[in-house]
Ligand binder design. Structure first.
Ligand code: G3I
Length: 303
């Protein structure tokens, strides 16, 4: 196959990208995105600040622009993200305790209700674990509402849209030897054992010199999958853009049946949150295919 989406589909997987609503008027961008990818994540437009700028007042203008572009072009959509300590609107940042807990529940119901039946998978909770060696939760206003906030979010999400897969999504949980990975693994194992509804783990997979790709990535994917959840690579980018590392990531996903798809976090290097100097994506700023693109396509075609 000659595109990433079609190549991934040979094994029943998808290949996606983050899409920014503000770039949908750029035909270089939309031509590549439409040709190559068959899954879309809104880079910012479905986040808390974007969808509920005032408490109880939901706005889906930009989220719907991304959603409609995707669906009109035959792509599925991952929802990102419902409960997160970042990109909270000011009103939410100032809440705590039971009123924040209720606001979280209301937010999940409001956004998932709007997109009910339309989303392949939601990142229900994003980045709730601490960096470093504790393996524990990150301190945040949501965490201070009580340790059960994550499972409440997942139970709320299941009821709001039973058709959507429900994912826990985080960065630096790619390396199996890291405490943060083990912390998330233990939470997912606990959720599965107690019947808390969770269907997938999102490995963001932002690789850089401080958190480089490690060959135990495949062990991480296998280990989560063995708990009975899908694994999705949700925000892939590799600082420096190594073609070899990109191929390793793809091959590690292809090696695990329950690794169901890969999303890169942007189309061209100029679209990356890291800036174009990081050279972290598969297309250069002019939209030309990079060596990493060819390496990913070949890996998908030979897997
Ligand atoms: O749209 C405003 C614009 O009006 C304003 O003039 C400008 C000046 O600051 O800001 C623009 O908003 C920015 C937005 O991106 C759109 O470009 C925000 O400041 C900026 O904070 C925001 O960054 C996003 C970041 O999440 C926020 O946390 C990145 O685009 C987005 O790629 C990044 O994505 C995250 C995932 O959601 C979660 N995992 C990590 C990943 C990378 O940080």
């Amino acid at each position: 196959e000659s595109t990433l989406g079609a190549a991934a589909a040979q094994s029943g997987r998808y290949f996606g990208t983050a899409i920014a609503a503000g770039k949908l008027g750029d035909s270089n961008y939309t031509t590549i995105a439409n040709r190559e990818f068959n899954m879309v994540t809104a880079e910012n437009e479905m986040k808390i600040d974007a969808t509920e700028p005032n408490r109880g007042q939901f706005t889906f203008t930009n989220g719907d622009r991304v959603y409609n572009w995707a669906v009109q072009n035959g792509k599925r959509v991952r929802g990102h993200t419902l409960a997160w300590h970042q990109q909270q609107p000011g009103w939410m940042q100032s809440l705590s305790g039971s009123s924040l807990r209720q606001a979280m529940i209301d937010h999940i119901n409001g956004v998932m209700g709007h997109y009910k039946g339309k989303i392949y998978a939601w990142d229900v909770v994003n980045e709730a674990f601490a960096d470093g060696n504790s393996g524990g939760r990150r301190d945040s206003n949501l965490q201070r509402t009580g340790n059960d906030w994550i499972e409440v979010a997942f139970r709320t999400a299941r009821a709001a849209d039973p058709a959507a897969k429900l994912c826990y999504n985080d960065y630096n949980i790619d390396n199996w030897s890291w405490a943060k990975t083990q912390g998330v693994y233990n939470m997912v194992r606990d959720f599965k054992s107690r019947g808390v509804p969770i269907d997938c783990v999102g490995l963001q997979s932002h690789f850089n010199s401080n958190s480089p790709y490690n060959s135990n990535y495949r062990t991480t994917i296998q280990s989560f999958a063995a708990l009975g959840v899908d694994v999705q690579i949700t925000e892939l980018d590799i600082q420096g853009g190594s073609a070899t590392t990109y191929a390793n990531v793809v091959n590690d996903c292809l090696a695990v049946a329950r690794c169901t798809g890969i999303t890169v976090w942007g189309v061209r290097d100029t679209d990356s949150w890291l800036g174009s100097g990081a050279s972290a994506l598969l297309f250069d700023g002019n939209g030309n295919k990079k060596a990493a693109y060819t390496s990913v396509l070949n890996a998908l075609n030979s897997g």
